[in-house]
Design a protein around this ligand. Structure first.
Ligand code: AMP
Length: 414
């Protein structure tokens, strides 16, 4: 059985058709700039990429193209489930859920918590339900993995009713990636996940840390929204909570303007005045660009400081795991971070670090030091596995799809 994994954004769809067991991928791709004259579809299959223009294409048109492609590959009948990445599941979802009216309603109820992402996820789900009738559709939530956080980690020190009445707490994101790389780290260390204490660092355009103990998230750096925590490509991460007030009084800036700037014009972009792209900044820093140098240094300093803080959530630290575009490829960032973290027992193996780029996983710490691992994330595979675990009766932790259970699963409420 093949699983079609969909990640629907406001104007894009990323997709992959894969086997949950083996990870074999028959087709993957990206449709972007949907609804605009520049809309295009990129398909990757057997190492070959093809690109085509589809002006003003909608989700429905992209799914029709996908179906035609599946037909051509002779795989249309073998797709058993459509699995969707959904960004925010609030406190309701600590596991994947079979999508039915109740689950759709719950995803809708989380829109205030993720006003940019959840509406796009919902629109994608509804279009997929129309395009792939009869197939079970599963929602896999970015926030679900972090639902094991204890109150000491998820509560903010603010008036209690902000939590009880408005859901103001730390939720955390990138859960699928943190969960996947924790499993991979256990495999690489040849130790059971159940006995490992890890800090996982997902460093891409968005960046977050998680403290993972026995496969469970105990703390994470992102919060109510994905703006909190580390310095990111265009997001500020932590700032003084009085910033909005100060800028309103001093510069007459509105809530919307400050929020937009913190999300889109801050982080590496804001610090460097050049770019939010780490690769470009590292190249510019070598050429002597002062803004790029500062941006990389602030990114690394805040990251190292947060890793040290995150390890407080764990009874011990068995390994640090780097993943995401920066974590998997920037030997420079990894080296700078580990060199700041000698107090946690890290010592860099420079040759191993330089070799762990472009998809090469590995241990980059010297023998006898605290292990530091580079692991390629694979959110699509993890989403497919989660969907399979929900739907396949014989798997541990899975649900039977009898009518009663179906109702329970469709409720999907933790
Ligand atoms: P992601 O969101 O996971 O695709 O990660 C995107 C980030 O990874 C961007 O900041 C890229 O510049 C960064 N990245 C990708 N490749 C490299 C590389 N070879 N060196 C440094 N950063 C990289």
């Amino acid at each position: 059985m093949w699983t079609l994994v969909l990640n629907c954004g406001s104007s894009s769809v990323k997709f992959a058709l894969l086997q949950a067991e083996s990870g074999e991928t028959a087709l993957s791709g990206l449709a972007e700039r949907l609804g605009s004259p520049e809309a295009r579809l990129v398909l990757s299959q057997a190492g070959q990429k093809t690109e085509s223009a589809h002006p003003d294409a909608s989700y429905a048109e992209v799914f029709a193209l996908l179906l035609a492609e599946l037909e051509q590959l002779g795989l249309r009948e073998q797709v058993g489930v459509v699995a969707h990445r959904v960004v925010h599941g609030g406190e309701k979802f600590s596991a994947p859920a079979l999508i039915g009216p109740d689950v759709l309603e719950s995803i809708r109820a989380c829109i205030p918590l993720a006003p940019l992402h959840n509406p796009a996820n919902l629109a994608g789900i509804e279009a997929a339900q129309a395009s792939f009738p009869g197939l079970p559709q599963v929602a896999v939530f970015d926030t679900a993995f972090h639902q094991t956080l204890p109150p000491v980690a998820y509560r903010y020190a603010v008036p209690k009713e902000w939590y009880t009445e408005h859901g103001v707490r730390r939720y955390g994101f990138h859960g699928t990636s943190h969960a996947y790389v924790a499993q991979e780290a256990a495999r690489m260390l040849n130790r059971p996940l159940a006995e490992l204490h890890l800090v996982t660092a997902h460093l891409g355009n968005g960046c977050s840390l998680a403290a993972v103990s026995g496969g469970k998230s105990l703390d994470t750096s992102m919060g109510l929204t994905p703006l909190e925590g580390l310095v990111m490509g265009t997001r500020s991460g932590d700032v003084d909570p009085n910033l909005h007030d100060y800028l309103a009084r001093q510069a007459g800036l509105s809530l919307e303007v400050v929020t937009d700037a913190l999300n889109r014009r801050s982080g590496l972009t804001g610090l460097s005045g050049l770019s939010g792209d780490m690769r470009q900044l590292e190249e510019a820093a070598v050429q002597g660009h002062a803004g790029a140098t500062l941006a990389v240094e602030v990114f690394v300093y805040r990251l190292a400081k947060s890793i040290a803080a995150m390890s407080v959530a764990l009874p011990g630290l068995d390994a640090l795991v780097f993943t995401g575009g920066i974590g998997e490829n920037s030997a420079g960032v990894r080296a700078k971070v580990l060199n700041r973290l000698g107090l946690l027992g890290f010592a860099l193996d420079e040759a191993a670090n330089d070799a762990a780029v472009r998809g090469v996983a590995g241990q980059i710490g010297r023998p006898g030091s605290t292990p530091a691992l580079v692991v390629g994330t694979n959110e699509e595979l993890m989403i497919a596995r989660e969907a399979a675990r929900l739907l396949t009766p014989e798997r541990p932790g899975s649900q039977q799809l009898g009518s009663n259970t179906l109702r329970a699963v469709t409720g999907g409420l933790a």
